[in-house]
Design a protein around this ligand. Structure first.
Ligand SMILES: Cc1cc2nc3c(=O)[nH]c(=O)nc-3n(C[C@H](O)[C@H](O)[C@H](O)COP(=O)(O)OP(=O)(O)OC[C@H]3O[C@@H](n4cnc5c(N)ncnc54)[C@H](O)[C@@H]3O)c2cc1C
Length: 414
């Protein structure tokens, strides 16, 4: 990468992640007369893209109705409503196709490059930036920003132990969840919603889950506090994971943080089957004379549950036959199946995707342009904002959308 010699820029984008690249490319492609610089503090740009989606990069989600799309964002949905009418997953797919990358959708709606490699996305963004004439400087970090009354901003940046000063008309902060840069954002007069982790697994140590690591159930309902989610669940060595749990972690991110990741989780292992319906099935199963002499543990009443899981949920019945169990035991079993209680004792890491909720307060940003309402010519895009989605490609989508909108506006106002 060539050295930076120029000190005056039309546009500087801080952060060489997906939001920063998308903004830079859109800006330079739309107005090639502008000189656009991206600075990235790491030695390599697009670090998160490369590790994303288990190395496959879940670029977006096949959901093309903005009204539905925003329901996948525990924070930021309302602000994104209008933004998605301007740039949404359909536009992301077209954008990548135009820049040489075809995306494919999986049965659950997640979209990946057809190569199944995040390298393809990173390469595409780097190449597109280069073609558009965006100057990218890695190994350079923003230290301070001074807002100049008339002529944009003066930045203090550090590169290889040297401090440099750059001047710029328009500044976009696309710095993700970087804590140090949040302080810079505050120094410019913005407020920050306190950042906390989102998208994590639950640590649960419970006899009923012992020895079941790897077992998955297609559809359960999980409840915690006021939040409910339905979907697949995976039992792990440390507790629970899978889409239902990850989504619940996103919606409950703040509450779980406040409770220091200690909370009670209720699981309906039968999806949406009610307690009464379950009780009825169990009573009929008991009444059926062929079952009467069979052991409860080895003769499950619900075959959609893995046999090993059934055995552990019905553990308290011991060696009894169906014919010998009491009314109280049947009720307890129905409760165990539809509202099993588990104590969350901490959070684990979901390796395929991870985000922080919190960031720049959304009412301080104009979502048509991504311009700050506090400081003129200052812009924000991506995870630096108080936006986060559930797992499935929604987090990248908000970066593409907000990055594109910022780049578009910065280009049009020269
Ligand atoms: C393991 C993992 C897997 C993921 N997988 C997916 C997925 O498959 N699908 C999905 O939708 N989302 C995924 N995500 C979430 C997604 O990566 C983020 O939402 C997205 O990267 C946010 O983009 P961004 O450009 O706003 O921030 P980032 O990607 O975090 O980029 C910000 C950049 O700014 C740089 N920076 C920060 N401060 C400074 C400074 N002072 N000076 C210079 N540079 C600075 C940082 O080094 C960083 O490179 C994943 C996240 C992780 C951690």
């Amino acid at each position: 990468m060539s050295k930076l010699t120029q000190t005056n820029w039309d546009v500087i984008i801080v952060g060489g992640g997906p939001a920063g690249f998308f903004a830079g490319i859109r800006c330079a492609e739309t107005n090639p007369t502008l000189n656009v610089l991206i600075i990235e503090k790491a030695q390599q740009t697009l670090g998160k893209v490369l590790i994303s989606g288990g190395g496959r990069c879940n670029v977006t989600h096949a959901c093309f109705d903005p009204a539905q799309l925003i329901t996948y964002y525990p924070r930021g949905g309302a602000a994104l409503r209008g933004a998605f009418t301007r740039f949404q997953p359909e536009d992301t797919i077209k954008w990548f196709e135009k820049h040489g990358v075809k995306l494919k959708a999986e049965s659950d709606g997640r979209m990946f490059p057809v190569t199944d490699s995040s390298e393809t996305i990173a390469e595409c963004l780097r190449e597109s930036a280069k073609k558009a004439g965006v100057f990218v400087q890695a190994g350079m970090s923003l230290q301070k920003v001074e807002s100049l009354s008339e002529n944009g901003f003066r930045l203090e940046v550090q590169s290889e132990a040297k401090l440099l000063h750059l001047q710029v008309k328009k500044l976009l902060l696309a710095t993700g969840s970087d804590p140090k840069t949040r302080e810079i954002v505050k120094s410019l007069g913005h407020s920050i919603e306190e950042p906390v982790p989102s998208l994590f697994t639950f640590n649960i140590s419970d006899k009923r889950l012992e020895g079941l690591a790897g077992v998955s159930i297609e559809s359960v309902t999980v409840k915690m506090d006021l939040f409910t989610q339905r979907g697949p669940l995976l039992i792990t060595h440390w507790g629970l994971s899978g889409p239902a749990v990850l989504r619940l972690s996103a919606w409950g991110a703040r509450i779980l943080f406040e409770k220091k990741y200690h909370a009670t989780l209720f699981i309906n292992w039968l999806g949406d089957t009610s307690f009464e319906k379950t009780l009825d099935v169990l009573q009929k199963h008991k009444a059926w004379h062929e079952n009467a002499r069979k052991k409860v543990l080895t003769e499950p009443a619900f075959t959609q549950l893995p046999a090993r899981l059934w055995k552990q949920l019905a553990y308290f019945i011991g060696e009894k036959n169906w014919g010998d169990i009491t009314k109280a035991e049947i009720r307890k079993l129905a409760e165990e199946l539809t509202a099993g209680q588990f104590e969350i004792k901490g959070k684990g890491q979901f390796k395929e995707e991870f985000v922080t909720c919190g960031g720049v307060r959304l009412d301080e940003v104009n979502f048509k342009t991504m311009q700050s309402r506090v400081v003129e010519n200052l812009f924000f895009a991506g995870e630096v904002l108080d936006i986060d989605g559930i797992t499935g490609g929604f987090n990248f989508q908000s970066s593409w959308t907000t990055g594109w909108l910022a780049g578009n506006f910065m280009a049009s106002t020269g």
